[in-house]
Ligand binder design. Sequence first.
Ligand SMILES: *Cc1c(COP(=O)(O)O)cnc(C)c1O
Length: 358
Amino acid sequence: MTQSITPRVEINLAKIAHNAAKLVEIYGSKNIEIMGVTKTVCGSPEIANILLDQGIRMLADSKLVNLKKMRDAGIKANFVLLRAPALSEIDSVIKNADISINTELFVIKKLSEAALQYNTVQKIILMIEMGDLREGIMPANLETFIQEVLTLQGIEIVGIGVNFACFGGVKPSKQKMNDFSKLASRVEAKFSLPLSYVSGGNSANYNWFMTSESVGKVNNLRLGESIYLGRETLNRMAIPELYTDAFTFVTEIIESKTKPSIPYGEIGQNAFGVFPKFRDRGQISRIIIGVGSQDVMVAGLIPTLDIDILGSSSDHTVFDAKKSNLMVGDEVTFNLNYGALLSIMTSPYVYKKYSNII
Ligand SMILES: *Cc1c(COP(=O)(O)O)cnc(C)c1O
């Protein structure tokens, strides 16, 4: 029997292309351009190319190494650094990011110095804090902040951005989105500074978009999850006509036995420092796959068969196999949530298998 490599993630580029094209069309209907977020897929050049084929012109990643990887692969796009840079990254920002998002004046001063040194201009998008409490300049401080930035050479403010539903779970409500638009108008008027990018959020903005007649000044969104997993992210509802299964994780059974349902012996901590609890259901059929927490965020795996995850250690995940009748060597497949997708795409232990037919 020839067996394929496991663990592997099967990546359906045709489904990703379909999702990207649909989202470009949906958001384009109200003149919103999409940045294709590549951090979700570890800056995969294969996937980046698919996004560009669908009319996406900007690729955004939080990791400079991913931007460099895509550049080195010959990909031509507008590359955006999606996470405010660290001081230790300044040189690499200038070399690898056409645009970076920023929130700290001291960092922007260093970018300015480096830009002058390299005889270039660094374009920046200023992130505004509007409640989710991750990165962002407080709105009350924005105008003085911009005043300072405008005195710096080698720096061009090309937009403002806001992010919701990432850290605090705060929704991009109509009120907040209106406030953000007003802020954009005020900045443009006060500083005679046209903002090419008024970037209103991420995959969590879908419901706001669908239920708003006007999107105000917002002309850009940064999308990852809805392209790859076909979902909005406030309620994780599938977006109509999009594929939610462009990625499938395939593993292999390394043990299949009937064993007790609860551990026996004196109980101490497990591999991760917790005292695990199990319910006694007598003898059960148990299977083990050869991947664990080192390979994937196990809690984000959704089995396509009726089996239950009992737990995992670094390199093993144990299941109640229920009535599935699975044997050693059988493959076990999973759909993925966001965390599992991130962990799988960044794991060197998971083989990436691309296909291009639906
Ligand atoms: C990750 C990220 C996104 C993309 O979020 P999705 O929910 O995957 O669409 C957008 N903006 C910023 C700043 C991010 O860090």
